[in-house]
Design a protein around this ligand. Structure first.
Ligand code: HEC
Length: 595
């Protein structure tokens, strides 16, 4: 036997030994003429609540998925833009390869429907002439759900639009009156199928349309774990050093724990005590999504040095500490301020958090009981007065529409947002609507504010080299800020069509200093490798994947959650916690019934 036949034999052995669903599966994705389809996403769904494991087909159309549970039924889905989705129920399997034949779509409307929301939203944005108006629409209309997804890209009567815009405004999406009046005509003409579909699908029957991800991306394995139900909103999630994922369901006041190491992922649910809060929380104002049961509104979470989980309760105006062994909560009322938002725990165990509506940063030291509220400077006197009158205004807001975040100069709230620590211990935060970042001295509380040369700095993070990475939510970029020189370096996001991305958050992989960015409006996670100046875009399998934060597993996996609000706009109607294993390294804690 020559070397070539030995290699071939080995290859075929690998293929057949992984073909059974018991451990994994393999096969080919081809077109009807037998030619390979490259970059198709092949997803195996199993268990209840479900897990979905997705792999990509390679250059020859072949795919291999491993680590599937024994004796389970599967729902397999195969998708590739331009081809009809396949959904195929499968029983446990007998070891034969599982092949799929895909059919080309010929109806451009069906192709357009497969494109991520940002393609559709681009049609709206290209019609807005004024940069000022465009910025405001992006910032104000894309922070709960995607724009351009199937639920939002319908044409509607002006009356219906005004009703929707009024509801959105009462939930916090303020637009200047003039811009708001333009929305019905603007969105209706952008989403008119007569114009939209030919534009979105130009050349869809030729190679080059929606090219497959490159070989590096196709090695990735993506797991999605169903989390909560149709009324859930999994705002943020974290990876605990103990290997569990924790996530907070803001609209059902629940902390979830996921054990990703067992088949389909075991969940535990811990309801957060909400005393006797009314629906919508303390001093409830504005409208709420119709099926929410939010009384404390858990929002952001982090692990402290003892392994306890700290949570901001945004509408309960509290901090919660969850003891992971006792599985019990201790609550701490805020001494002031409205809407505790994003939190971090420093080396000394102190909890620092932004308080977004009232323009504060809070610091709570659980050891000493010290709890400070630091007032962030207003941009001008008008804003100062507005901020001080807020409690009264919020009470009025129960009856009237209140513009809490509009874009006009000086109008709207500044909104302290992301927060993180520099290596020197300095506490840095962003002010979303004020286009500023700031630093608080952790001992003296002395404040310094810096304008950002881009709009809407959202959730930022430091890398290990002391540089801060900031996503510009309405400016389609990430920026590297050097606290020593005060210089910003902007990097435009290469998501197609250019200018349609709304990066909500970044996080920096502690092992590599790679910057990971939420592709919030395009169903993607985006990696920026700063050492080689390279962006890589990882498409995520579920349509309408809206992401707000990123964390890392000890094994290097990248985690996020799909928290589109409302959840029923998500393709399957339920939120998910998502793991991206970049190199498909099978040594990861994979699902197996026989470990
Ligand atoms: C504070 C969160 C939030 C913001 C910001 C927001 N929305 Fe919404 N949006 C929602 C929720 C929640 C729903 C579902 C409402 C329902 O049906 O109860 C929704 C639904 C919609 C729908 C679909 C309505 C339907 O009939 O299904 C459209 C269209 C929409 N939003 C447009 C907008 C526009 C335009 C903006 C910017 C002005 C905006 N949204 C900003 C929360 C938000």
């Amino acid at each position: 036997m020559n070397l070539r036949s030995v290699l071939l034999l080995c290859l075929s052995l690998t293929v057949f030994s992984t073909a059974a669903r018991g451990d994994g599966s393999s096969g080919k994705v081809t077109a009807e003429d037998g030619s390979p389809i490259v970059g198709a996403m092949v997803t195996f769904r199993f268990g209840s609540p479900f897990q979905e494991r997705t792999v990509f087909s390679g250059e020859d159309g072949g795919y291999v998925v491993s680590g599937l549970p024994d004796n389970s039924d599967f729902l397999v889905r195969v998708r590739r833009i331009g081809w009809a989705d396949i959904r195929s129920p499968q029983s446990p399997g007998d070891g034969t390869p599982l092949d799929f034949t895909m059919t080309r779509l010929t109806d451009p409307a069906e192709v357009a429907a497969q494109l991520p929301a940002n393609h559709w939203y681009g049609l709206v944005l290209e019609q807005v002439e004024s940069d000022f108006e465009k910025e405001q629409i992006v910032r104000q209309c894309t922070f709960c759900h995607q724009q351009g997804n199937p639920a939002t890209r319908l044409q509607r009567s002006p009356e219906e639009w005004h009703k929707i815009l009024s509801l959105m405004a009462r939930m916090g999406a303020g637009l200047d009156e003039e811009i708001r009046n333009k929305v019905p005509e603007l969105f209706n003409s952008a989403y008119d199928p007569e114009n939209a579909i030919p534009k979105l699908t130009k050349g869809f029957d030729k190679p080059g349309f929606a090219p497959p991800p490159d070989a590096e991306v196709r090695r990735a394995v993506i797991d999605e774990f169903e989390m909560g139900g149709r009324s859930s909103m999994q705002h943020d999630m974290i990876m605990h050093p103990n290997g569990f994922a924790y996530s907070v369901d803001m609209s059902t006041d629940t902390l979830f724990r996921l054990d990703p190491s067992v088949p389909s992922g075991e969940r535990e649910l811990y309801p957060i005590p909400s005393s006797n809060n009314p629906l919508g929380g303390e001093g409830a104002s504005g409208a709420l999504p119709s099926n929410t049961d939010m009384r404390v509104g858990p929002h952001s979470l982090q692990v402290d040095q003892d392994g306890d989980v700290w949570i901001t309760l945004a509408v309960g105006n509290q901090l919660a500490r969850f003891d992971i062994d006792e599985k019990s909560f201790t609550l701490e009322d805020l001494p002031g301020g409205i809407f505790p938002h994003t939190l971090r725990v420093d080396d000394k165990g102190r909890v620092w958090y932004t308080i977004t509506v009232s323009n504060h940063v809070g610091m709570y030291d659980p050891k000493s009981g010290q709890h400070e509220i630091i007032r962030i400077p207003a941009r001008n006197l008008g804003e100062e007065v507005l901020l001080r009158m807020l409690p009264a205004l919020m009470w009025l807001g129960q009856t009237f529409e209140l513009d809490m975040g509009g874009g006009g100069e000086g109008s709207g709230l500044p909104m302290p947002y992301g927060i993180d620590f520099a290596p020197d211990g300095g506490v840095w935060f962003s002010q979303l609507n004020a286009d500023r970042i700031g630093r608080i001295d952790p001992e003296t509380f002395e404040l310094k504010m810096i304008d950002t040369p881009f709009s809407a700095p959202r959730r930022m993070r430091f890398d290990s080299r002391g540089k801060m990475w900031i996503p510009g939510f309405s400016s389609n970029l990430i920026s590297k800020f050097d606290p020593e020189t005060g210089k910003f370096e902007n990097y435009e996001l290469p998501v197609e069509p250019l200018g349609t991305e709304t990066p909500y958050s970044v996080n920096v992989d502690p092992a590599t200093d790679d910057v990971w960015v939420c592709g919030t409006n395009s169903d993607t996670l985006i990696r920026y490798q700063q050492d080689i100046d390279k962006f890589t875009i990882f498409p995520l399998p579920t349509r309408v994947t809206y992401t707000r934060d990123i964390d890392f597993g000890a094994d290097g996996s990248v985690w996020t959650s799909n928290s589109n609000a409302p959840a029923w706009q998500i393709e399957t109607g339920v939120p998910r916690v998502i793991r991206l294993d970049v190199d498909g390294d099978t040594d990861l804690p994979m699902v197996s019934a026989n470990p």
